[in-house]
Design a protein around this ligand. Structure first.
Ligand code: SF4
Length: 317
């Protein structure tokens, strides 16, 4: 499968190396820029610059107030940029409906996704805030794959995020090309093993959603499908679930490979289960056998080739 089209991803500008932070510095993230950047297009956004704060600028922070969280100046608490950030986020969300993911800068009172310092009136901080811009953007685009640069250092979260970005892109392409019962059912069929690895229950629920399409409002069905599909892919996949999916796929080779090859494949899946080898090894072996013994159904499964392999994400999980 080819990945000629690069998904568009929103990103906090400072992560790309732009010197837009309050102190005039950047926070370039090497993996995001040099690795992921080869396969996606970035749409850099600095909400604090966009609302006219300039750089360098006096810092702001999240403060818990009676009517909700505010974004106030650290040195001058009469500076309140909450509404400006929120309305910029609403505006951005409506303009960026075509993006397939977002990478936020962590800990920022504007861009942080979680565990941002939230100050009380007494000046104590608790790590339980969400950046004002990030919160409104995520609420407005609830199915959008979002992550922070810090969390992307975790190989499982990294793989999960990239998988969601490419899956969401495929879904957006499907919707843009016009919905039909046939294309919806085909999309679901091609994601069978990916979904089963994430959640068998979600795979079945999604299947039921598509089981009565005659006369149905396809846009309504697609909205419900999208929400459940993206929520399912967000779930972390443990080794046991990957093993289960690999063994199911292995079953399609039963008639085609001999005892020695079967044993080699089973050993490779078992070694993965025992955490001796990464996921890429049994995957590679499976793909090798399916190249020799093509199977129309398995060849179309996105689970075997969900994003550019050269990202190397399955080498680390
Ligand atoms: S964290 Fe967000 S607001 Fe702060 S400099 Fe980076 S892009 Fe701008």
């Amino acid at each position: 499968m080819h990945y000629a089209e690069r998904p568009l991803i929103g990103i906090s500008s400072c992560l790309l190396g732009q010197k837009v932070r309050y102190d005039g510095t950047a926070k370039r993230d090497r993996w995001v820029v040099e690795r992921l950047g080869k396969y996606v297009e970035y749409q850099p956004i600095c909400p604090e610059m966009a609302i006219g704060l300039g750089t360098p600028r006096p810092p702001v922070r999240l403060v818990a107030a009676a009517g909700g969280t505010r974004v106030l100046g650290v040195e001058d608490p009469t500076v309140d940029v909450t509404e400006a950030l929120e309305s910029f986020a609403l505006n951005t969300a409506s303009q960026l409906a075509g993006i397939s993911g977002y990478v936020f800068m962590s800990k920022s009172p504007s861009c942080g996704m979680e565990r941002v310092k939230l100050y009380t009136a007494g000046g104590q901080a608790e790590k339980r805030g969400v950046g004002a811009y990030a919160r409104v953007l995520m609420d407005s685009l609830p199915n959008l794959p979002c992550e922070e640069e810090g969390r992307l250092n975790d190989p499982v979260l990294r793989e999960n995020f990239v998988n969601r970005v490419f899956a969401y892109r495929r879904w957006q392409t499907l919707r843009a090309s016009g919905l039909s019962a046939k294309t919806l059912i085909d999309f679901h069929a091609r994601h069978k093993y990916m979904l089963m690895a994430h959640s068998q229950a979600a795979y079945q629920r999604l299947g039921r959603l598509l089981s009565h399409l005659k006369g149905a409002d396809l846009d309504q069905v697609a909205d419900a499908y999208e929400a459940e599909f993206m929520a399912a892919l967000k779930r972390r996949v443990g080794r046991k679930r990957h093993v289960n999916a690999l063994q199911h796929i292995q079953g399609y080779l039963r008639e085609h490979i001999d005892g020695g090859d079967k044993q080699e494949l089973a050993d490779s899946i078992e070694a993965y289960r025992r955490e001796e080898v990464p996921l890429v090894l049994p995957m590679k072996l499976l793909r090798h056998y399916f190249r020799r013994h093509p199977d129309n159904y398995i060849d179309r499964q996105w689970y075997l080739d969900p994003y550019p392999e050269s990202l190397g994400l399955r080498n680390a999980i």
